[in-house]
Design a protein around this ligand. Structure first.
Ligand code: R2B
Ligand code: URA
Length: 438
């Protein structure tokens, strides 16, 4: 925090020279030194960084946009959901109770929490308490709310892959649907993205390319906020072209670069370029890598991922509708990428890394390679083999989620991911709006 002279007032910082102010060095590896109000001091290894807090004290997502909480309703247009038309907490919150051993333990916890509250936290708590009371009233007192488990947001390009993943993860975590029900696409009326919910796991399609995943991320991050999901973890489960590695290899991205080698997401905003660092959570990547089995019939590697804006010329292919360079130009380019540690090329890593990082959300991008680009351009491997390869990143993510849930003693869940309507009138309007503008 700054005092009126502009100097920082954090106790752990000696002077302003050593401070990386409002840097975006959030990483779960970076030790938290101190938290005050809306800011936290983290040690990024080089400097102490003052970062904007992206969580309320209860672990729920704090948006870096003050406008949203002032809005009467927030329509997540491309998901066909709304904050007032749908009961997003009921649909996505996955609430479970915490038990305390004694009244003293409750008192100690309450005192601890109250002492840590900043003004904005207090306002947030009051809003939560009000909405909790409304829920109790609406359910004639039959409503208990407390600690959540993490929400796992898994996204991949196609609706089919993400439907398959939803069924697969359901089996893996032992999630049971109520008799006579089946998984449904929660965003079916958007006609844009598909979304399935299996206990604490959301499986969502993001389409192809930077703008498509960018729009989705804005709405999913807002969904996390509205639904009060705690400490969400995002995974992208994708496909890619490898550089110097065999088809079927799994690549966990260490960082993302664009087609010009920039490691940030450059967004034209109000006529100017705004740069956001495209950083992924290093610890999460290491944890995933550790879950690769030595007996897996394929390799799992960590490396840099290049995010292209196009599949053909943007990835140096010779087989697009146009090509104004030679095969040897292409090879020089790909070998240069390889020498810089680039292991694969896909089309979403930059906004995925940058927007999750900006929101303070731990995220990992895990892609299988469909071919080695040093050997060719066409994806000519049979479909059944590609389908088997596509499952590899899914298996790795499933191992992570299962391990997490096992450590929490939670391997099966209630709730079936159906739509919960809060206001029928607004619900109808949101559905109509999404349909009309399809
Ligand atoms: C990988 O595959 C798609 C292009 O075929 C794109 O979405 C990506 O990142
Ligand atoms: N997806 C890509 O973006 N590139 C490839 O080469 C393969 C899949």
């Amino acid at each position: 925090m700054q005092n009126h002279n502009g100097a920082n007032t954090h106790a752990s910082l000696n002077g302003d020279d050593d401070v990386c102010r409002y840097s975006d060095h959030f990483d779960s590896d970076n030790e938290v030194k101190e938290e005050t109000g809306n800011e936290a001091v983290r040690d990024c290894g080089k400097k102490l960084c003052i970062i904007k807090k992206t969580r309320y004290s209860d672990g729920t997502v704090r948006l870096r946009n003050p406008n949203i909480e002032l809005m009467d309703q927030d329509i997540l247009y491309h998901l066909a959901l709304g904050s007032e038309s749908h009961d997003l907490v009921e649909m996505f919150g996955d609430v479970k109770g915490t038990r305390f051993e004694s009244v003293e333990a409750v008192k100690a916890k309450v005192t601890e929490v109250l002492n840590q509250l900043a003004e904005a936290d207090f306002h947030h708590c009051f809003q939560q308490w009000k909405s909790h009371m409304e829920r109790c009233r609406d359910r004639q007192g039959e409503y208990i709310e407390s600690e959540n488990v993490a929400t796992f947001v898994c996204m991949g390009g196609t609706p089919k892959r993400m439907e398959t993943f939803a069924f697969y993860i359901m089996k893996e975590i032992g999630h049971k649907l109520p008799t006579g029900t089946t998984l449904t696409d929660i965003s079916q009326y958007s006609y844009r993205y598909s979304m399935y919910k299996v206990g604490p796991v959301l499986s969502i399609s993001h389409g192809m390319g930077v703008p498509s995943i960018g729009i989705l991320l804005h709405e999913i991050i807002k969904l996390m906020y509205h639904a009060r999901c705690k400490d969400p973890i995002f995974f992208r489960i994708g496909t890619s072209g490898g550089i110097g590695i065999e088809g079927g290899t799994v690549v966990i991205s260490e960082k993302a670069v664009d087609g010009l080698g920039n490691d940030c997401y450059q967004v034209p905003m109000l006529g100017k370029i705004v740069k956001r660092p495209a950083l992924l959570d290093k610890r999460l990547s290491r944890e995933l890598k550790a879950l690769a089995h030595p007996e897996d019939p394929y390799e799992t590697v960590i490396g840099t991922t290049m995010c292209a804006d196009d599949f053909y010329e943007g990835q140096g292919r010779l087989d697009g509708a146009f090509c104004e360079y030679t095969e040897s130009d292409k090879m020089v380019y790909l070998q240069d990428l390889q020498s810089k540690g680039v292991k694969n090329i896909e089309m979403e890593a930059i906004p995925f890394a940058a927007l999750t990082h900006h929101a303070g959300i731990r995220a990992a991008d895990i892609c299988v390679t469909f071919l080695d680009r040093l050997k060719g351009d066409q994806v000519s491997t049979p479909k059944e083999v590609l389908n088997e390869w596509q499952r590899r990143p899914q298996e790795l993510v499933a191992r992570y989620i299962k391990k997490y849930l096992q450590t929490k003693g939670r391997i099966s869940f209630d709730g079936h991911g159906s739509v919960a309507v809060k206001s029928p009138r607004r619900f109808k309007l949101v559905q109509q709006e999404s349909q009309t503008f399809e």
